[in-house]
Design a protein around this ligand. Structure first.
Ligand code: ACO
Length: 323
């Protein structure tokens, strides 16, 4: 059995920090409302001329350095983003060229806030099938470019950033001791398009469009779907919530994160939370949170880590990884 084993991770946040108070000077909101409803205190916003590929490149360089690998060791880049530099080619190919990687393939995937979990699942399948041996999975976004900065119900929720992990195909011995990706579960439900979407695109309007969301509806689906997909991915391995060391959820809202942690019976210090500092960075949120908890020493080699996320589509999924 081939396992996709994590060899390193990295992350990057744009320099500029925008606090809730700063936003409250532009739209009719308050630090208190944002903190109470979401847990968000601040977000990082990309500079003029700083694109998704630039953030992705910096996170990738850090992940490679952490793994002790070079770009020439890679033969796969999977980049999850809903905010590519251009409609085509894939932002992943910009990162590929900037890294100096010439082997294998680099492509983008689009599952919005579930993008990183989709990326892990795709890379894991490719490594298991012998299509690649060393993969960089990136989540990178500049959501600030698709926000309606006059809509207080959405513009306060998002931020920019990038995170990446390096996976290498290695021979495993069997569950439950194996390191690497142990199981994945993916879902989508296109009937829920209208509760979270961008009102433009190259084919429909020839514009980029802006994010539109019915937050309350998304919230309801998030709680139900996260609980179900987490149970599903654990069931695939025969492991239970009691075996988990860490939950690293998509960082959209502290209340959704707390609800999922409680349903799993985890204590709050087993749940990695970065939404307060990063806000919702869509596909970047899980790898940013992972990197935070790995670099501050919480997540250690051998720990059982559960990733889960939901976003526009709706699309959602979970991955169980022995770090
Ligand atoms: N500041 C002050 N008041 C506000 C703000 C704001 N920034 N935004 C909305 N309000 C007001 C509304 O107008 C409303 O006022 P009203 O009662 O007078 O009509 C009131 O606050 C309540 O609004 P709700 O939308 O009902 O607030 P809710 O408690 O549902 O919180 C929130 C909104 C934070 C968006 C929440 O629903 C949420 O987190 N939803 C989930 C979002 C999510 O998980 N997204 C993940 C996927 S993202 C992706 O895929 C790109």
């Amino acid at each position: 059995m081939i396992r996709s084993v994590v060899h390193g991770c990295g992350a990057y946040l744009p320099q500029r920090v925008v606090t809730n108070d700063e936003l409250a000077r532009k739209v009719d909101t308050s630090d208190e409302w944002i903190r109470q409803r979401t847990g968000i205190r601040q977000r990082h916003i990309a500079a003029e001329g700083e694109f998704t590929s630039h953030l992705a490149l910096k996170a990738s360089e850090r992940a490679l350095a952490h793994a002790g690998l070079k770009a020439s060791d890679l033969d796969l880049i999977v980049l999850a983003t809903a905010t590519p530099d251009e409609t085509f080619p894939a932002t992943a190919t910009r990162v590929q060229s900037a890294l100096g990687m010439t082997n294998g393939a680099a492509f983008d995937i689009q599952a919005v806030c579930a993008g990183f979990v989709y990326g892990i699942s795709i890379a894991d399948s490719m490594l298991k099938n012998g299509l690649a041996s060393t993969a960089l999975v990136i989540g990178a976004e500049t959501f600030s470019r698709i926000l309606d900065w006059t809509d207080r119900a959405t513009c306060v929720l998002f931020g920019d950033g990038a995170g990446a992990v390096v996976l290498k195909a290695e021979e495993g011995k069997g569950l439950p001791a194996d390191r690497g990706v142990l199981a994945n579960a993916l879902h989508s439900d296109g009937r829920q398009h209208d509760i979270l979407y961008v009102d433009g695109g190259p084919s429909s309007t020839r514009t980029t469009g802006l994010l539109r969301m019915e937050g309350k509806e998304v919230f309801k689906h998030a709680v139900v779907n996260m609980t179900a997909v987490v149970a599903e991915v654990l069931e695939k391995t025969g492991l239970g919530p009691g075996d988990l060391d860490w939950l690293v959820p998509h960082q959209a809202n502290k209340r959704i994160i707390d609800g999922t942690g409680r349903k799993l019976g985890l204590s709050s210090d087993q749940v990695v939370v970065t939404v307060d500092k990063h806000a919702n960075t869509s596909a970047a949120s899980i790898p940013l949170a992972l990197d935070t908890a790995v670099k501050d020493g919480r997540i250690k080699k051998g720990n059982l880590v559960l990733l889960e996320g939901i976003g526009g589509g709706l699309a959602w999924g979970a991955s169980l990884i022995r770090w």
